[in-house]
Design a protein around this ligand. Structure first.
Ligand code: SAH
Length: 357
């Protein structure tokens, strides 16, 4: 057994095989003098929770040895696992090969089990209400490291995963290439084969990347973290807004809908006296009425260092009323795993607190 440090140096010269698309894997195997169908066999194995080539029983010993000289198989370790006693939500803290950590959450819904995956170690966006961004961004995740959250969450929890939400740590459109690669891998019929319509991607609104995503015309659900209908409020809570502005973002969302035919879902965390006044409700209704979008209100989750408070129930009720009167489809997000801090914006913090102590 190699120790972790040796493993890391060993990996520096090796290729991350799980991040390769099937056609890239074919090209690699061709270089090794192997027939194309081998690539297919190997690609299938890479959706299984394996950590070495030894498990690939339909591949010859000789080829397995040659593969392990050239490639490595990413596979995370479970650093910590918490199961909610209230609703069965499972939260994982994964240990990556370089010693970094990311979290995933498996949620049990009637329509199927959903895994919420992270796409970066930390997050560069700086939203004031979110714990994932405290400490900034450390690095992008590779496609394999995002895919592994699906594979290993399912294998460890025993819960068959049918849906994916990219709503964990990080900003998916800030790690665009790897995220698109992950989507292609997880969607592939010979891979995990999860349909695009079973995948949601949430962004804080990097406007030109929303257009870039629209060009790919994937049939996933795009969720946009709006959280305010006006620049003054939004720039205060989401620094990204200083670069693009609400109207530019909404225009990009309109183009996205036109191009893909997929309705946008807007996320709106209800923050007391910050973005929940009748003024905000009316302006939001003015901007969204008639666009066919969906608004998902999120009760603000507690992040102690932010000092922001959730909206009062009667304020939420009035806010919903204003939107519904204008024909806008509104839902309020249910909170899962409250006893294990598994909700939006709470990921990663407890680990950091532990390290600070
Ligand atoms: N970077 C992406 C993915 C994060 S998804 C994005 O910004 O969309 C997580 C969702 O939870 C986002 O809508 C985010 O704005 C929201 N969120 C973050 N902190 C929260 C908190 N404390 N309470 C409620 N929602 C929060």
């Amino acid at each position: 057994m190699l120790d972790e440090k040796e493993n890391l140096t060993e990996n520096l010269s090796k290729v991350d095989i799980k991040s390769l698309l099937p056609e890239e894997l074919e090209a690699e195997l061709e270089k090794m003098g192997e027939p194309r169908f081998r690539a297919k066999q190997i690609f299938r194995w890479l959706s299984a929770p394996i950590s070495s080539f030894d498990g690939m029983t339909n591949i010859s010993k000789d080829l397995r040895a040659r593969l392990s000289e050239r490639f490595y198989i990413a596979s995370p370790g479970v650093e910590r696992k918490q199961v909610s006693g209230l609703d069965g939500t499972v939260k994982y803290l994964w240990r990556l090969r370089d010693g970094n950590f990311v979290e995933s959450v498996v949620m049990r819904y009637e329509h199927g089990n959903t895994v919420c995956v992270s796409c970066e170690v930390g997050c560069p966006m700086g939203c004031v209400f979110c714990a994932s961004t405290i400490g900034g961004k450390v690095r992008n995740l590779a496609a394999s490291e995002i895919l592994d959250q699906v594979i290993f969450s399912e294998a460890d929890s025993g819960l068959k995963i049918s849906n994916i939400v990219m709503m964990g740590i990080g900003e998916p459109l800030d790690n665009f290439e790897n995220v698109v690669r992950f989507l292609k891998l997880v969607n592939h019929p010979e891979g995990r084969n999860i349909g695009m319509r079973h995948i949601s991607l949430s962004t804080c609104g990097l406007t030109e990347k929303v257009d870039k995503l629209a060009d790919l015309d994937l049939q996933l659900t795009l969720s946009v973290s709006l959280h305010a209908p006006d620049d003054e409020t939004r720039s205060k809570i989401m620094p990204v807004n200083r670069a693009y502005g609400v109207d530019a973002l909404l225009a990009a969302c309109g183009r996205y809908f036109k191009k893909t035919g997929r309705r946008i879902s807007f996320e709106y965390a209800m923050i007391r006296d910050v973005n929940d006044t009748p003024y905000h409700a009316r302006l939001l209704a003015d901007k969204l009425a008639g666009t066919g979008c969906h608004v998902n209100l999120i009760p603000l989750n507690d992040v102690p260092e932010s000092r922001l408070k959730p909206s009062r129930p009667e304020t939420v009720r009035d806010f919903i009323g204003t939107l519904e009167k204008r024909g806008i489809n509104v839902t309020v997000r249910r909170r899962l795993g409250p006893d294990i801090e598994a909700s939006c914006g709470q990921l990663r913090r407890s680990r950091q607190l532990k390290e600070e102590k």
